[in-house]
Design a protein around this ligand. Sequence first.
Ligand code: IMP
Ligand code: MG
Length: 173
Amino acid sequence: MQPVEMRVFFSSEEIQKAVGHLANQLNQEYRDKEPVFLVVMNGAFVFAADLLRRFKPPCSLAFVQISSYVGTQRGQGLQTSVLPDLHQCDVVILEDIVDSGHTLAWLKEKVWQQNPRSLKTVAMLNKQVPHLAEADVYALEIPDVFVIGYGLDIDGKYRNLPDICEVVLPAGS
Ligand code: IMP
Ligand code: MG
């Protein structure tokens, strides 16, 4: 794969500030609960690691693998790994980015089928395009650009970048 041209959209410092703010909110909201965080892999792994180290109440973690993108193109079908038992749990979905909202709508339905006590959806990024489903909370907002870094990939690469960077696509793509 050719190296992609990119520019920093949110620096690591800006991300940490937004994640800290979100953690404060969740610490308040779940202070008397013991939620299960359902981390959508692979994209949300860095976000989840940073957010959860600031989360104070007792909690547990589960991971679900979903994929829908091929390169920078929105894909069609969705696939997931097996979900844990979420019956009567206070579930918090941690997602990297809501784009079409297709993934989130689909996952929310899967989780509701398991009769959780409550369900909250938290996404790191809100891509400002029409969504099929909304997260309850977003850490940061972006326009309709393709971003990489801080867990987000292009064909499996660049997840390790500490900043969130916009991919500068070649003209005509
Ligand atoms: P949606 O179903 O269209 O909302 O897409 C959600 C999934 O597509 C996210 O969980 C990401 O894995 C991926 N995705 C969407 N936009 C981007 C992006 O700008 N960069 C990297 N991955 C993205
Ligand atoms: Mg992806």
